[in-house]
Design a protein around this ligand. Structure first.
Ligand code: Q9C
Ligand code: ZN
Length: 783
């Protein structure tokens, strides 16, 4: 049995003594760290974490990046005398020191390294280094921008040297460009650096030419440095999600790192006077959640900047909660990413497209013009040449008073509203993942038919053999009532189905003749009622917080069943009934259904074809049964137009691979899902696109299923119910089904193991995604 994931954290009280001796109101203040600690304690988060002791790094650690002369001059800094200290600091760009600074900086490095050790030796799954001074501006030979030693660089180098890692991913979402980090790994592919930063064509500090998108690394490192410069302030959640979905996640998945390090500056958060961006604190839970899908969940967050105390603490808290596996709070209004961000992302993709196959969507000739435009604007701004530097820097802290009273008040109100919109819910005490399974559902069988009782048994055995049932809460099965079946079917059909219960052998045969690709026995009616009713029990349990999410191991499947017609091994449409039930009994306005069965759920589609209250997105092989259904250009009808999305792979050989499915999530499903902002996610969980299925011709591995499940957990407050549909290879049902349950429980999703699965294998799948984007752009602003 795999243990529950543990989250580590580290800090040291001494870090609170590092303070600017000549400007007590300096915004890189001890209060930053203490307010994070206070807020974590208030929410009792540390009670759920593993404390990792902070110890001072030794010189050898520091020398992994910095040189002797920096170390020497820092140890000889005239700490006792403020005037001399000022003279000393003046030779660096925007740093201060006091008598505690050197020790604090060594603790920041040492704490990070101890946390790395804990993660690499599996004492914890992930962790947060709550450290200061920050690090990402520090360079080989100099301190810079409040940073003394480069914590993240030394951590990455240690990961490579001590633990022999081949690929480390550094995500730097601090609002400033971590130039110190970029320089450290510019010529290596062992570290992939991805940074988003305020740039304004070079006007914004540190005003370097090399912070722009065209600096992509050199030598072995070509393509492994990704700069995403932000040429405008006031950017919002939708903009950062756009960047994540369109460039960061595709590259990160293709890179397939062994470890993820995050230079987590919260100066992009709403209210920070340095960044002047508008990211709400709960967004960081989402970003962190997606990074947890990589590197077998080995994710380490390192605190960098962040200067609005309220949103800094709240953002750090949301990051930590996400590491702990708490659900993300749904983000509001993720629409209309800024045109300037779209242009930048297009420029980035253009310079990187030869290195990363996953970026080959939405490439455009217009880019050439945008690149020229960006370079022209940049040329107007005097950039710093790092070789020619002033002898002395100004020591006055650049404080912020440019806002008027009125503006400040407005920001305070915005912050208040953002915090109210994402309140902290207590984590559920009762079991978080629910299961329903009942041997009675094995009763219905038809000799030799592939939709057979062993299917649900295979999943159940997979779940048991991994000890997952012990960590889940079992929900009892029950029969659906007639009224419930009528939520998605008509009376006539219900009665016809009911008649099979007592029908003679001869009558059953006659029924089978009429257009139907299903089998009838006297057991099928009750069995189908049991499947539907059990799903509804799961819905009730999730909606009353008995659990957070769940998997319904039921048969017969349902997604091909229409209002008045059984079809394709399906009788009652379990998932459609669930969605109608959520509308009727819980008054939900927006339900997302994701269908990853090899076949499209024509029944589900039909029921909600004109209903914008249900967004149906299906990934399937177009051309497979049912015929002539699920073409990408079929997008719904009337009020439901745009709410039916067919990711129908326009080929069946070679089939879509794991990376194609993951790519479809990044480029299509997630942007649309965030724009829709569902209150509940239902999944038609069919496993017949898996390798070796005899009905489907797919090639997926358990990796795709666990990754898809993981990504969906970021939505709807984590309310996700997966319902078994197809899947006819018992081995794959065992492996893939239990992979989904493990992921629902919060275990790290599985990495794609084979190289072939990491990136799209042929252009047909890429063209399919492109076609869907082009069709749906008119309905969804986020595309
Ligand atoms: N002298 C971090 O957020 N300001 N550092 C420069 C011009 C530098 C921020 C002003 C701000 C550094 C970790
Ligand atoms: Zn910063």
């Amino acid at each position: 049995t795999q243990p529950v994931a543990i989250t580590g954290y580290t800090y040291d009280e001494l870090m609170l003594k590092h303070e600017c001796p000549w400007a007590k109101d300096h915004h890189e203040s001890p209060l930053r760290l203490s307010s994070i600690l206070d807020r974590c304690r208030e929410l009792k988060l540390f009670d759920r974490c593993l404390f990792v002791k902070c110890t001072k790094a030794n010189d050898d650690d520091i020398l992994l990046y910095h040189n002797e002369s920096l170390l020497k001059s820092l140890s000889q800094a005239p700490c006792k005398n403020i005037e001399q200290l000022k003279e000393f600091c003046r030779t660096y760009d925007d740093v201060y020191m006091n008598e505690f600074s050197l020790e604090a900086a060594k603790l920041a490095v040492g704490g990070s390294l101890n946390l790395l050790d804990s993660i690499m030796t599996n004492k914890c799954q992930n962790g947060f280094a709550l450290v200061r001074p920050p690090g990402h501006h520090a360079m080989e030979n100099e301190m810079n921008g409040f940073c003394l030693f480069n914590n993240v660089v030394i951590t990455a180098k240690t990961a490579i040297e001590k633990y022999n890692l081949q690929r480390v991913l550094i995500i730097d979402w601090d609002v400033h460009h971590g130039q110190g980090t970029q320089y450290a790994f510019y010529d290596t592919n062992k570290v992939l650096c991805i940074s988003t930063h305020r740039y304004e064509y070079g006007q914004y500090w540190p005003s370097l030419a090399e912070s722009d998108f065209d600096f992509i690394g050199e030598g072995d490192g070509q393509g492994f440095n990704v700069n995403i410069p932000l040429n405008k302030t006031g950017l919002k959640n939708a903009d950062y999600l756009y960047i994540f979905f369109n460039i960061i996640l595709p590259i990160a998945y293709e890179y397939d790192p062994d470890l993820v390090l995050v230079s987590a500056g919260y100066d992009v958060a709403l209210g920070c006077p340095e960044g002047e961006m508008k990211i709400t604190p709960d967004t960081f839970a989402h970003l962190t959640h997606y990074l947890k899908g990589l590197a077998n969940g080995k994710v380490m967050i390192l605190l960098e900047g962040g200067y609005c105390i309220d949103t800094l603490a709240e953002s750090a808290v949301w990051t930590l909660r996400s590491l702990l596996g708490d659900p993300c709070s749904p983000l509001q209004a993720c629409t209309n990413p800024d045109p300037i961000v779209r242009k930048t992302v297009a420029c980035c993709k253009n310079v990187l497209k030869d290195y990363w196959q996953s970026l080959r969507i939405d490439l455009t000739d217009k880019c050439e013009i945008w690149i020229k435009e960006a370079k022209r604007k940049q040329a107007l701004i005097p950039l710093i040449n790092n070789k020619i530097r002033p002898i002395q820097y100004d020591l006055t802290p650049t404080l912020i008073i440019k806002q008027t009273e009125e503006q400040l008040l407005k920001i305070q109100q915005d912050i208040k509203r953002a915090l109210e919109l994402a309140p902290h819910q207590k984590p559920l005490e009762r079991g978080r993942t629910l299961l329903v399974y009942d041997e009675l559902m094995k009763k219905f069988h038809s000799r030799g038919h592939c939709e057979r009782p062993g299917r649900i048994e295979a999943i159940w055995k997979g779940v048991q053999s991994r000890g997952l049932d012990q960590r889940c809460k079992m929900i009892p099965s029950r029969l659906a009532t007639k009224e419930e079946i009528l939520l998605a079917h008509n009376d006539e059909f219900y009665e016809l189905m009911k008649s099979t219960k007592t029908a003679s052998e001869r009558q059953l045969k006659q029924l089978k003749g009429a257009l139907r690709s299903v089998e009838y026995t006297n057991d099928v009616f009750d069995n189908a009622l049991l499947a539907a009713g059990s799903c509804l029990n799961m819905i009730d349990a999730i909606m009353t917080d008995e659990g957070r999410n769940g998997f319904a191991i039921v048969r017969p499947p349902g997604h091909h069943a229409h209002c008045s017609l059984d079809y394709g091994f399906c009788y009652f449409n379990n998932v459609a009934i669930c969605a109608r039930y959520l509308q009727r009994h819980y008054n939900l306005q927006r339900i997302l259904i994701i269908d990853f069965d090899y076949h499209m759920g024509d029944g589900v589609k039909d029921v909600f074809y004109e209903d914008p209250g249900v967004l149906y997105i299906s990934l399937h092989c177009y051309d497979a049964f049912p015929p002539n259904e699920g073409h990408p250009n079929d997008s719904g009808k009337d009020k439901g137009l745009g709410y039916n999305i067919n990711i129908g792979w326009l080929k069946f050989d070679p089939p879509a691979v794991d990376a194609d499915y993951i790519n479809a999530f990044h480029h299509v499903i997630l942007p649309i899902a965030y724009e829709y902002n569902p209150e509940f996610v239902l999944v038609c969980a069919g496993f017949d696109a898996a390798e070796g299925d005899r009905i489907g011709w797919g090639k997926l591995s358990a990796c795709a299923y666990s990754q898809m499940t993981h990504m969906l957990l970021s939505l709807a407050n984590g309310r996700v119910l997966e319902v078994l549909e197809g899947g006819y290879c018992l081995h794959q049902l065992n492996i893939c089904g239990s992979a989904c349950v493990a992921t629902l429980l919060g275990d790290s999703p599985i990495r794609c193991s084979e190289d072939s699965a990491k990136y799209p294998q042929d252009l047909v799948s890429v063209r399919t995604i492109q076609m869907i984007k082009d069709i749906h752009r008119s309905f969804w602003t986020s595309l």
